[in-house]
Design a binder for this molecule. Structure first.
Ligand SMILES: NC(=O)C1=CN([C@@H]2O[C@H](COP(=O)(O)OP(=O)(O)OC[C@H]3O[C@@H](n4cnc5c(N)ncnc54)[C@H](OP(=O)(O)O)[C@@H]3O)[C@@H](O)[C@H]2O)C=CC1
Ligand SMILES: CC(C)CCC[C@@H](C)[C@H]1CC[C@H]2[C@@H]3C(=O)C=C4C[C@@H](O)CC[C@]4(C)[C@H]3CC[C@]12C
Length: 294
């Protein structure tokens, strides 16, 4: 292909991307009033912030995570902020029976469901792959299989309400990020499963939206504790991140990218200049010699 043609195609790509990203949004918080929403991994971080936004918007909220004391505090705050109702179920997503139980609890409470936000992740390391296959298996159960289990259980209710599934993922689930092999595996798996499911929903006119959220570095306590010593870029605010995820779900967007540009550029480079993206990703990390070899 001639150079001019390549440049033309690249320009068209940039114009289309700009148009796509600057498209007008029409989000009205009232839409979430009295809506029945499950948020997983809501005892801390982005999940906790999503619960507070939903509370302000007057939703019925069911939150889940392992630590009961934290969930109790989040529920109390949600009620103060104006939630139509707020409840929790505590347990571990390593157990698929628990994942199913959370959805059954929503059915028992509300007799239906409008939105399911899948956000929890199991604890992992940010370091060279240590050869521990059991850790990958465990993380696949928590970060991937429990998402599939909850989706299978919730689909009948979501079909009935023409509801939404929101899947929280990461740049590490779309591009090559070092020191995250087990975590990255689980996030790429989510893209495969939910991408295929979304296509099937469209073919069947099922009218259940699936919003896939690709996030960059966010200032949650756990992320900052794990990687702030090696990150050159500053983290983005979790409160705004949580709101963008909710908006994306309500607007039935195919994907949410947050922070927009930090995610849009790597995704554009991924297919056009993969080596450059690999280099920039490595370059975004400093002091890698501190990261211990396994
Ligand atoms: N922060 C970041 O920089 C980025 C985050 N993301 C994504 O955003 C989402 C939220 O991340 P973030 O807020 O930082 O994470 P946090 O570590 O703050 O929160 C994780 C949540 O999951 C829960 N959890 C942990 N283990 C289990 C388990 N075994 N079973 C059930 N729940 C569990 C935790 O509660 P408890 O311990 O009480 O169970 C907590 O509520 C994730 O999907 C993550 O991949 C994506 C890109 C970047
Ligand atoms: C082009 C570059 C600027 C992109 C580099 C972005 C990289 C370095 C960003 C993008 C996604 C980020 C990780 C993430 O998704 C979630 C977690 C889980 C949390 O518990 C601990 C931190 C961790 C591993 C984040 C670490 C930093 C990551 C790899």
């Amino acid at each position: 292909m001639g150079l001019l043609k390549k440049i033309f195609i690249a320009l068209v790509g940039v114009v289309l991307a700009f148009w796509f990203y600057s498209a007008r949004e029409d989000f009205k918080p009232e839409i979430l009033q009295e809506k029945r929403v499950i948020v997983t991994g809501a005892s801390s971080g982005i999940g906790e912030e999503m619960a507070y936004h939903l509370a302000r918007m007057g939703s019925h909220i069911l939150i889940t995570a392992r630590t009961e004391s934290k969930l109790q505090k989040v529920v109390a705050r949600c009620l103060e902020l104006g939630a139509a109702s707020a409840q929790y179920v505590n347990g571990s997503m390593e157990d698929m029976a628990f994942a199913e139980h959370v959805v059954q609890e929503a059915e028992k409470l509300w007799g239906g469901l409008d939105m399911m936000i899948l956000n929890h992740i199991g604890h992992t390391y940010f370091s060279y792959f240590d050869g521990d296959i059991d850790h990958i298996r465990k993380l696949l159960e928590i970060n991937f299989l429990s998402y599939v289990t909850m989706t299978v259980s919730a689909l009948p209710m979501l079909k009935e309400s023409r509801g939404s599934i929101v899947v929280v993922s990461s740049l590490a689930g779309k591009t090559r990020v070092p020191f995250t092999a087990p975590y990255s595996t689980t996030k790429f798996a989510l893209d495969g499963f939910f991408g295929s499911l979304q296509q099937e929903m469209t073919i069947q006119n099922a009218n259940v939206s699936i919003t896939f959220c690709v996030l960059g570095y966010i200032n949650t306590e756990s992320a900052v504790k794990t990687v702030s010593h090696v990150m050159k870029v500053a983290p983005a605010p979790k409160e705004e991140c949580a709101l963008e995820i909710i908006k994306g779900g309500v607007l039935r967007k195919r994907e949410v990218h947050y922070p927009r540009i930090n995610v849009a550029i790597p995704l554009l480079l991924r297919d056009w200049a993969p080596e450059l993206l690999d280099f920039l990703t490595r370059y975004s990390l400093s002091n890698v010699e501190q990261i211990k070899h396994q």
